[in-house]
Every structure is written in structure tokens, then in C-alpha cells.
Design a protein around this ligand. Structure first.
Ligand SMILES: [Fe+2]
Length: 323
């Protein structure tokens, strides 16, 4: 039998007590936010007549997500990462910061401290014969079309098995992760391997939640970027390779039309040949446009917990072992 108690004075007063409204200490904004979230959840319990069994099953699921360090994986799956992007896009528009390559989600698998090189990097430390050789290059420009010499281009992607170095400890540290400083013409290039798409681990808490929603947890093949330069807005983005089954059906909602790039299969590539690759190459071109800004805070990536950025390698590895 369904009961409705949410709107009673007793429950409304109780929510205020729980959120610390009658306490002098604490953080006011935190109290307001928790009060809102709790109110929404209490109302949900009332409206859907959620019973004790269902409530405690949810608590177990949240514990399992935390134990597997999968909140960072479920977050894009539930659209939060994309929603935050949509809000930043709207703020840019309102402030008339238009133009520039679109942002899209970072994902949870960046690792700080990748080797840095000038203009070009060979990224595949580990042999990956199952994947096609990739010649990835482009030019960094401002919104007026001027090349940005010295722009910092950080690139990371997975291997042909869909696995990332650091999180996959069988790979050399920083395999397929590099920081490239663009040359005097704003150009960067990299020799690497075409990444594969990948999915959330089968049977893991994130997978269970997506299956409950009738959804899959697959991502198309993609390549992550951080691009920055003094006086320009920091760009967090990624390119999605065209032709993947999931290019337009990404569980993490990262795909944007302007960021879909088609690789060209070539029997040979003169530039790749200079770096010792004499066979077939898939050329991927991604030019990047940065938007100018005077605001220091917009020139830096937003803060979040990132591997090797703030914590020790050991604790990060332990925390991410099941991603
Ligand atoms: Fe990724």
C-alpha cells in the first residue's frame, strides 16, 4: 500500500534538521544543496513507493560503485560529464566567447606527466601489431586563423584492445600518452596506433546500472586531447573516429559532429616514412582552434582527481585497478 508523507510538516521539518539548517556551523551552500538533493530523493521514495528492500539494494550498489572506483565511469554514462560541458558551452555563449574547437568530456583515464617532445612524438612504446599504424597531425590556431607556436598538445588514447596504459599494467607506463609542443607554425604530429573502441567492464556495477536502463556501455574509437596556450582558453576535447559502430551511439555522450574525424588509409605516408614506417598508414588530421581569453582561470583545465597529478602512483593504482 502506497503512502504519501513527503509534504507533511513532519517530513519537511525533518529535512531541515537533517540538512543542518538549525546548526550554526558548517557550510551554507553545502546545506542548501544537500537539502535540495535529499528533498528530491525523499520525494522519489514517496512517489515510487520505494520499499526497504529496494532502498538497501541501492545502498549496496553505491558501495560497490565506490569500491570499484566507478563513479568516474558511471558519471559520463549518466550524462553528467556532458551536462557540465553543456553548461560551460552556454556560459561561453553568454559571455560571447564564440568560435574555437568544441569541448567534450575528459573521461577518467588521463594520467599526468607524459613525456614531452617538440613538434612530433612517437607514442607507441609497446608494439601493437593488431592495430593499424596511425599518423596523427594537425595545426593549432587561434580564432583569427593565426598559428599558435608552442601550444601544448596533450594526447592520450587506448591500444587496439581498448586498454589504457597505467590502468592496464601490462603496458609500458605512458604508452600512447604524450605531450607535444607545437612547432613554430603551430603544427603537431604523432606516430601511433589506431585505437579501438571499448566498453565498461562486463558485469561491473556501472554495467549493471546501464543494463537496468536497457543501455550498452560502449564507446567508439576516440583520441583524447588537452590543448593550451597562454592567452587562450584551455580546451578539453576528443576526436571520435568515423565508421565505428558506436561513433553516434557513445554511452558517454562525448560525440560531437565537429569532432568526428575520418581516417584515410594510405599505402604509404612520406612523413611517417621519415620516422621509419614504410608500410600502410592511416592518416588522421585534427586541426584545433583555441579561443582567446584574458581570464587566467579559463586558461587552465578544471580541477579534478587525476592519476599522478596529486596522489601517489601506488594509491592511484589501487584505486583504479578495476576500471
Ligand atoms: Fe577514452
Amino acid at each position: 500500500m502506497s503512502v504519501k508523507i513527503f509534504n507533511t510538516p513532519e517530513v519537511q521539518d525533518f529535512l531541515k534538521t537533517v540538512a543542518g539548517f538549525d546548526q550554526a556551523g558548517g557550510n551554507d551552500r553545502g546545506k542548501q544543496i544537500i537539502h535540495r538533493i535529499l528533498s528530491d530523493l525523499y520525494r522519489t521514495i514517496d512517489d515510487f513507493d520505494i520499499n526497504a528492500d529496494e532502498y538497501w539494494a541501492t545502498v549496496s550498489m553505491l558501495n560497490a560503485l565506490g569500491q570499484a572506483s566507478q563513479f568516474g565511469l558511471l558519471s559520463p554514462g549518466l550524462g553528467f560529464d556532458h551536462y557540465v560541458d553543456m553548461r560551460m558551452d552556454a556560459a561561453d555563449l553568454e559571455a560571447q566567447r564564440t568560435g574555437g574547437t568544441p569541448r567534450t568530456i575528459e573521461g577518467p583515464l588521463y594520467v599526468a606527466g607524459a613525456p614531452e617532445s617538440q613538434g612530433f612524438a612517437r607514442m607507441d612504446d609497446d608494439p601493437d601489431t593488431a592495430g593499424d599504424t596511425m599518423w596523427l597531425h594537425g595545426q593549432v590556431r587561434d580564432t583569427a586563423g593565426n598559428p599558435i607556436a608552442g601550444a601544448k598538445v596533450e594526447i592520450w588514447h587506448c591500444n587496439s584492445l581498448g586498454r589504457y596504459s597505467f590502468f592496464d599494467q601490462s603496458q609500458t607506463p605512458y604508452n600512447l600518452r604524450r605531450t607535444i609542443i607545437a612547432d613554430k607554425d603551430g603544427r603537431y604530429s604523432a606516430l601511433s596506433v589506431i585505437p579501438s573502441g571499448y566498453g565498461v567492464p562486463e558485469g561491473a556495477p556501472t554495467d549493471q546500472i546501464l543494463k537496468m536502463l536497457g543501455r550498452h556501455g560502449e564507446r567508439p574509437a576516440h583520441i583524447h586531447y588537452f590543448v593550451s596556450a597562454p592567452g587562450q582558453q584551455h580546451l578539453t576535447t576528443q576526436i571520435n573516429l568515423a565508421g565505428d559502430k558506436y561513433t553516434y551511439d557513445d554511452f558517454a555522450f562525448a560525440t560531437r559532429e565537429e569532432l568526428v574525424v575520418e581516417g584515410q588509409r594510405l599505402a604509404q605516408h612520406a612523413e611517417a616514412k621519415k620516422h621509419g614506417v614504410d608500410g600502410p598508414v592511416t592518416e588522421v588530421v585534427f586541426d584545433i582552434e583555441l579561443s582567446p581569453t584574458d581570464a587566467d582561470e579559463l586558461q587552465e583545465r578544471h580541477k579534478r582527481a587525476r592519476a599522478l597529478e596529486s596522489e601517489s602512483a601506488e594509491s592511484q593504482l589501487a584505486a583504479t585497478a578495476t576500471v
